[in-house]
Write a protein that binds this ligand. Sequence first.
Ligand SMILES: Nc1nc2c(ncn2[C@@H]2O[C@H](COP(=O)(O)OP(=O)(O)OP(=O)(O)O)[C@@H](O)[C@H]2O)c(=O)[nH]1
Ligand SMILES: [Zn+2]
Length: 317
Amino acid sequence: MSTSSLAGWVRGVFGHHYEVVDDQAQTWSCVRRGKQHDVACSDRVRFTPTSVTQGVIEEIESRTTLFWRADGKREKFLAANVDQVLIVSAGEPTPFPDLISRCLVAAEANRVDVCLLLNKTDLGPATATWRATLSHFESLGYPLLEISARTTADRLRPTLAGRHSLLVGQSGMGKSTLLNALIPEAQAATQRISLALDSGRHTTTATRAYPLTEGGWLIDSPGVQSFGLTYLDPADLVAFFPEFSPLQGHCRFPDCHHRQEPDCALRDYVAGHPLRALRLTTLLTLQQENAPRRSTPTQQRRRQPRTHSPEDDGSPD
Ligand SMILES: Nc1nc2c(ncn2[C@@H]2O[C@H](COP(=O)(O)OP(=O)(O)OP(=O)(O)O)[C@@H](O)[C@H]2O)c(=O)[nH]1
Ligand SMILES: [Zn+2]
């Protein structure tokens, strides 16, 4: 490690370029040493300056949390060192409960708190239907907050104060609207980045952290359409569903797959409850997606992210 290296926080990830703010509040444009693409927004890093504004990231300090998704070889780090993930959804466009469940599993597996945000409460019937689904998630122990990003975004401020929060959600659910309502500077910052990089492409794939006036940081991430969790061992998945976890070991067959077997405790629990059944469908789908293929036992049990594969272009999906 060079003695001239500096420490800083990664406040923006734009493809494979990183905006790092050092402890003197100077902003640096950095790349990663070698071909590694393992830097996440909100990482604490050490970097070596290569010019008065540019640097090379040499080292990532250990993280308290890493919220990430993985679909086979493609891995996406959404953010590091966050205290909570805010899952934004609304009645329109069509929300996917499976995507919400997957975000919840990622939060459970990475030990990050979550808060469900029901946005666009100003929309009538569509909101009512979706509220029923989210209320089921709330009954499992996940806090639910209702807002309209257009008119009542401020309701969120007490939840954000002093914390490092990450916004995730499907495209079109209102993350940008919410961010701009809470942090008016955000829109200008996005435009500045777009101009600096001379490319609209990077802004849509950017993950960026913004300071909150009430203390803490709010991190905006690109909209997600899929949320793979292939880094989780299939045998561990049930533990990340708070309603199914206590039922483990209560099926007639110890090796029950919770599909066709008689006297399955999980199937009995969801019978006649469509919202419970949706959650079981997600669990079974994840078990199938994560089933060991032709890999070594070490690979099967891998729970730590490797670096992004070189073909990963930093795109949102
Ligand atoms: N009626 C209503 N519309 C909203 C609200 N919040 C956002 N919208 C609208 O929903 C649409 C999508 O909002 P965005 O903020 O761009 O959504 P996003 O989640 O950032 O989408 P991506 O950038 O694709 O990830 C826009 O037309 C917003 O004006 C709200 O509270 N009420
Ligand atoms: Zn079973």
